[in-house]
Design a protein around this ligand. Structure first.
Ligand code: GLY
Length: 284
């Protein structure tokens, strides 16, 4: 499977040496971190600051993966396997940085869309050959009878696509666009996966673009308030609103987390979908 060069370490000293060697790199806490254990660093100085922050959050000498920094466009290929075949949903792209223009810190995800404009058939074939097919061969070789979702987090670079991460779940916020874009019943697909029949199952998808914009509490991903009353949910039209960090207090809906609501819209073009979402989100 095509991946970036990487080192695993549990020693802060080792980590410092590797950072000096790589200069710019990606430093990941090797464990669950709710999307907040990854630092993308463009210099050794920035990497050392990230190392300190990870030490504070997860303990000095916590397990880390330090990877070469790959530049390009990220794409998520998410689908279902029955252990032999992989049925891909349409490619999606999530946006993790807080601000427009890929600026600001990494978050749990500020939005996503599907399909991804400009993803050629040749690139999809490369992704299959370099990442998906070897993964499926690996599952078979290890006799790992896995049936369920696979999420391939991929960076498309000048040198081709590389795998950044696997997840064995749908993505968030990708799920919020992939499921509305799916025309076939999800239950049918899962049934085919459990029965080992995915190779002969053809999934259908709705036409057009689906996008999700995540509405977050002010201050996220650092400190933020909760308990704010959310109004305007009844006023939105022609979009789907999925709740994330909310809770009910009698008749009221309150914010209860950093990422509060997902507003999903469909359009003939991505711009149409986004314009609809931003228009409706103004009402909330
Ligand atoms: N969107 C990133 C993830 O679900 O891991």
């Amino acid at each position: 499977v095509a991946t970036a060069g990487f080192h695993e370490t549990q020693s802060k000293k080792d980590a410092q040496d590797i950072i000096e060697k790589y200069g710019k790199c990606v430093i990941k806490y090797d464990g669950l971190a709710a999307g907040k254990g990854v630092y993308v660093c463009h210099s050794a100085a920035e990497s050392l600051v990230a190392l300190d922050a990870l030490g504070k959050a997860f303990g000095d000498n916590c397990p880390l993966i330090i990877e070469e920094l790959l530049s390009g466009d990220e794409v998520s290929i998410i689908g279902v396997t029955d252990g032999k075949s992989f049925l891909s949903f349409s490619p999606s792209q999530d946006h993790k940085q807080l601000l427009d223009g890929d600026l600001g810190p990494n978050t749990g995800g500020m939005g996503a869309y599907t399909p991804v404009p400009g993803l050629s058939d040749k690139l999809l074939r490369d992704i299959d050959e370099r990442i998906i097919a070897p993964t499926m061969r690996g599952l078979a070789a290890e006799q790992f009878n896995y049936r369920g979702f696979i999420y391939f987090g991929i960076m498309v670079t000048q040198k081709g696509p590389f795998l950044l991460e696997y997840n064995v779940r749908l993505g968030d916020p990708e799920a919020e666009v992939l499921l509305p874009a799916l025309k076939s019943p999800l239950a049918e697909i899962l049934d085919a996966a459990l029965a080992g029949r995915l190779a002969s199952y053809t999934a259908e998808f709705h036409h057009g673009f689906f996008a999700d914009v995540v509405l977050v509490s002010g201050g996220y991903p650092k400190g933020y308030n909760t308990g704010c009353v959310i109004s305007g949910l009844d006023a939105v039209e022609d979009v789907i609103v999925f709740h994330s960090g909310t809770e009910k207090d009698g008749e009221k809906i309150l914010s209860a987390g950093g990422r509060v609501l997902n507003v999903i819209g469909q359009g003939t073009t991505l711009d149409d979908a986004l314009a609809k979402i931003y228009r409706e989100a103004e009402k909330i």
